[in-house]
Design a protein around this ligand. Structure first.
Ligand SMILES: Cc1ncc(COP(=O)(O)O)c(C=O)c1O
Length: 420
């Protein structure tokens, strides 16, 4: 641990978010101070998630270009992987996506209520009880059971949709999560084709290990998918949208792109695998999410003292300890300190000191560090020449970047600096 002092940056006057508690602890109303989304974003509690929509636009353009002539479907489930579903969806569409995908009917409704009218694919078959809402919202359901087919037919018949209602039959080629077997999928697709009120717009599958480049299991899945398509073609069924690829496959398995790719993680600038960040074309993606906060309290603590719940972090020397108003209820993993978790303070890596608590965490800024209340702390993202990525955090805690970004909870306000 270096004892180099942490640069003291006055909270006021920085471009940003009009947060409360500057170096002197005074309140700042935030009026006119910058890109707030929601009245209280970063103002009442100085902690926020900063989302670079321009990066999402750029990533969509990169993915659309790679996938062409296949269409890009932007996966914006789980609140756009933590980035905000509606702004992420809009940015992706602006960047070159032509379609969207979500997991839940509720997520589709959020997009429709925001006025987004692009086609929205539901990645799981809705329950029969949800089907009327699916139809009235104009969402495109995945179908993989006869009960699902029956429910969508009934829902479409109950209203006048004006045109055949599109559905996508999902075939399980080896992931074994959801989807019809190839045989069932052929029967379902044929059944859809016999219903004039429906249109078999898509047939699709999902890979289990596509991020493991060269894993023969993906080739096996592709072979099952090809076989299903061939059997459909043999009975005269040729859906307009055959799709299989997630981000990894869209980036690195050209033969899996078919007519559409469904990209989530890459849209947000993260490689699908920790080791693939610099592998072209993932090296052209820009990370879109930063998690930031301002120091709310600073004190000197003497050598030998132990910090936070469980007293698991013992100071080897006198040190400056900063309190940061983010905790595990915000999605910051409780055990991050024990596995070497760090944050950035004025471009310098500092260890998280002891157990992350529900609403706050402590940072060991080092002996003699000059840190003030109101200073910015970066948990994810860049500061100076340093960057902490979701993959770094994920690897420390034994998970994947997907879980880190999706885990940033709803109580952390999202701010969109380039939206204003
Ligand atoms: C069915 C399906 N398609 C596509 C995706 C997007 O995957 P990725 O984020 O790896 O691009 C997901 C994500 O979990 C998914 O469940």
């Amino acid at each position: 641990m270096s004892s180099e002092p942490v640069r003291d940056v006055p909270a006021r006057g920085r471009p940003g978010f009009g947060v409360a508690a500057g170096a002197g602890g005074g309140a700042d109303t935030g009026a006119g101070a910058g890109p707030l989304v929601g009245v209280d974003a970063g103002r009442l509690r100085p902690a926020w998630a900063e989302v670079d929509l321009d990066a999402i636009r750029h990533n969509a353009a990169v993915l659309a270009e790679e996938a062409a002539p296949a269409q890009l479907c932007a996966v914006v489930k789980a609140g756009g992987y933590g980035h905000g579903a509606v702004p992420a969806a809009r940015a992706a569409l602006e960047g070159g996506a032509s379609r969207l995908a979500v997991a839940l009917v509720e997520e589709g409704r959020e997009l429709r209520e925001a006025g987004i009218d692009a086609p929205v694919l539901l990645l799981s078959e809705p329950t029969p009880a949800a089907m009327a809402e699916v139809v009235s919202l104009g969402l495109t359901p995945a179908i993989y059971t006869p009960a699902g087919l029956e429910a969508v037919v009934a829902a479409v018949r109950a209203v006048d949709t004006g045109a055949p209602f599109p559905v996508h039959v999902k075939v399980d080629t080896g992931m074994h999560r959801v989807g019809a077997t190839p045989e069932e999928a052929v029967a379902l697709a044929e059944a859809v084709s016999r219903h004039p009120e429906l249109e078999l717009e898509g047939v699709w599958t999902h890979f289990a290990v596509s991020e493991e480049i060269g894993n023969p299991y993906t080739a096996r899945q592709l072979a099952f998918f090809e076989d299903t398509l061939a059997r459909l073609a043999a009975v005269g069924v040729r859906p307009a949208l055959r799709h299989a690829a997630n981000s990894a496959a869209a980036l690195w398995i050209p033969q899996s792109r078919y007519d559409m790719v469904r990209c989530g993680i890459a849209l947000y600038g993260l490689a699908p695998d920790a080791g693939a960040t610099s592998r072209p074309p993932a090296d052209r993606l820009r990370r879109a999410l930063a998690i930031k906060a301002r120091v709310t309290y600073v004190k000197e603590v003497t050598a030998g003292e132990r910090l936070s719940y469980g007293l698991r972090y013992r100071l080897q020397r006198d040190s400056v300890i900063a309190t940061v108003p983010l905790g595990y209820a915000d999605g910051v993993t409780r055990g991050l300190s024990a596995v070497g978790g760090e944050v950035l303070v004025a471009g310098r890596r500092c260890p998280i000191a002891g157990t992350v608590t529900m609403d706050q965490l402590l940072v060991d800024c080092g002996p003699g560090a000059v840190v003030a209340r109101g200073d910015e702390v970066v948990l994810l993202g860049r500061s100076g020449d340093e960057e902490i990525t979701a993959w770094e955090w994920a690897q420390r805690t034994g998970t994947i970047a997907y879980e880190v970004v999706c885990g940033i909870s709803g109580r952390v306000p999202r701010v969109y600096p380039d939206a204003l």
